[in-house]
Design a protein around this ligand. Structure first.
Ligand code: SF4
Ligand code: SF4
Length: 275
């Protein structure tokens, strides 16, 4: 028996919303008993894209994080439901039974990820089912995964050690969106947005972009040296939040410079002039 899981690689996601649209296309106006009734045309986001603007002008980027039901092994939604209205299938997919869950609004607030939506008209809680109705028909993956043009979502059988999803899950690259919830989520992420430290280095005597300057980052057990590009830019990405780092700039013929940086937010240090 397969056990399904998904890895979402944030570094590949370009925020195109195809996954969101695929979900709408599959579920709006369509009932798939016994797993789901039709998703309303507005107000539900069984696949939601969180957009986060990062950095300060002129170094700004946007991180897109697709969020859906995490198919938790320790699922609080199952515990909150009466009469077995939320259950786990043998393949690990967590299902809200649309008949048994009528009137059970407490199921919505039981999910810390806030991925369950209340359907006012039908008086039921609803969420992503990993397209269980399609998997039952031998589909290899849910609609959102199939339509992602960037290959940002990797879906498959966690019981098969040779599946791509199993290999990724076994690597040290994946993490839960909120590990602090302790829910043993079957949806994990690669490259979740963290913090960056960036800057632009200028040779003061020539008033030009300082290419090939050694920039060393030290802090939180990390020591890493990179070189500025031909615009004098540098960037350290994926740093932990709320830490202190030292950034050291060195180039022959110029006095070295050292700056202390806190990663409370993403940091653009602006122009740093070497003299
Ligand atoms: S993400 Fe929320 S709805 Fe999905 S299994 Fe976990 S607790 Fe339940
Ligand atoms: S379809 Fe893929 S690239 Fe587009 S928003 Fe969804 S995960 Fe990102």
């Amino acid at each position: 028996m397969a056990k399904y899981g998904m890895v979402i690689d944030i570094s590949r996601c370009n925020g195109c919303y195809n996954c969101f649209l695929a979900c709408r296309d599959e579920y709006c106006g369509n009932d798939y008993p016994p797993y789901s009734l039709a998703q309303p045309m507005t107000g539900h986001f069984w696949m939601r894209i969180i957009e986060r603007e990062r950095g300060q002008y002129p170094r700004v980027k946007v991180a897109y994080t697709p969020v859906l039901c995490m198919q938790c092994e320790n699922a609080p939604c199952i515990k909150a439901a009466l009469n077995g209205a939320v259950y786990r299938r043998p393949d690990g997919i967590v299902i809200i039974d649309p008949e048994k869950a009528v009137g059970q609004k407490q199921i919505v607030s039981a999910c810390p990820y806030r991925v369950i939506y209340w359907n006012e008209e039908k008086n039921i809680p609803q969420k992503c089912t990993f397209c269980a109705h399609l998997l039952d028909k031998e589909w290899k993956e849910p609609r959102c995964v199939e339509l992602c043009p960037a290959g940002a979502m990797i879906f498959g059988d966690l019981e098969d050690p040779n599946s791509e999803v199993s290999k990724l899950m076994a690597s040290n690259k994946v993490e839960a969106l909120h590990p602090e919830y302790g829910l043993k989520e079957k949806v994990r992420y690669i490259a979740l947005p963290k913090r960056f430290i960036a800057g632009t280095v200028v040779f003061g005597d020539k008033d030009e972009c300082a290419e090939n300057v050694d920039v060393t980052l030290i802090g939180d057990g990390v020591k890493q040296t990179i070189k500025t590009n031909n615009y004098g830019d540098f960037e350290f990405e994926g740093l932990p939040a709320e830490k202190e780092f030292s950034v050291k700039l060195e180039h022959p013929g110029y006095a070295p410079k050292e700056l202390t940086v806190q990663t409370k937010i993403d940091v653009y240090l602006g122009e740093i002039i070497l003299t």
